[in-house]
Design a protein around this ligand. Structure first.
Ligand SMILES: O=P(O)(O)OC[C@H]1O[C@H](OP(=O)(O)OP(=O)(O)O)[C@H](O)[C@@H]1O
Ligand code: HPA
Length: 185
């Protein structure tokens, strides 16, 4: 059942702010500089992973001042839940990836199942190389592969259920202007 407006407001009011908007903005600046260093001159094809990757992608794009193509794809495995299930492709990209350097941009690397599956798909579609960028890497030992990391990470964050800057709690609060942890989760 959908939580009421008051319950959703209470989730925000009671949440712990783990990273302020300023901290997130500084992290995005650092990511943009690192991505520019690595990918400038390589004509990359960037994919925003909808829905969570929307805000990071938008805020990165205008800081990446070199020729690139930006597209999107949609894969989901949490839906309205706080634990992940089977990855469902809602929209596979319809772009020729042969020989391209691909950059996948998402909000969070949690267990890493989503990014792994997307990277595998891009390689199977002929991409030469796939790099990944996430705003948040959740710190725990449940990664799909031990030691799994994105190529570009904004912030390491503790093992709580997060929302804000693209991450949702039951479909809400992607718009929260910082990184928050739900009380008790
Ligand atoms: O590393 P993992 O454990 O695979 O989790 C990370 C994925 O989970 C979230 O997506 P979700 O399935 O919630 O869809 P959404 O982007 O629409 O929120 C998030 O945006 C990542 O894509
Ligand atoms: O902590 C999280 N919050 C929101 N979405 C997520 N998808 C994976 N982990 C999370």
């Amino acid at each position: 059942m959908t939580d009421s407006h008051d319950e959703l407001q209470q989730v925000f009011d009671e949440a712990d702010c783990l990273c302020t908007e300023q901290e997130v903005q500084a992290a995005i600046e650092r990511m943009a500089a690192a991505i520019t260093d690595t990918l400038k001159g390589r004509d990359p094809l960037l994919f925003c992973v909808m829905n969570g990757g929307l805000i990071l992608t938008g805020q990165l794009l205008t800081r990446l001042c070199f020729p690139l193509q930006a597209e999107y794809l949609h894969a989901t495995r949490y839906r309205q839940e706080t634990t992940g299930g089977i990855l469902e492709w809602k929209l596979r990209p319809d772009v020729d990836m042969h020989g391209r350097t691909v950059l996948i941009v998402d909000d969070i690397l949690d267990e890493g199942t989503t990014l792994n599956a997307i990277a595998d798909y891009c390689i199977a579609q002929g991409a030469d190389e796939v790099l990944t960028a996430v705003l948040v890497d959740k710190q725990h030992d449940r990664k799909a592969r031990p030691g799994l990391k994105a190529d570009f990470t904004g912030l390491d964050v503790e093992d709580r259920f997060l929302f804000g800057y693209g991450m949702d709690y039951k479909g809400y609060w992607r718009n929260a202007p910082g990184i928050y942890a739900v009380k008790g989760l």
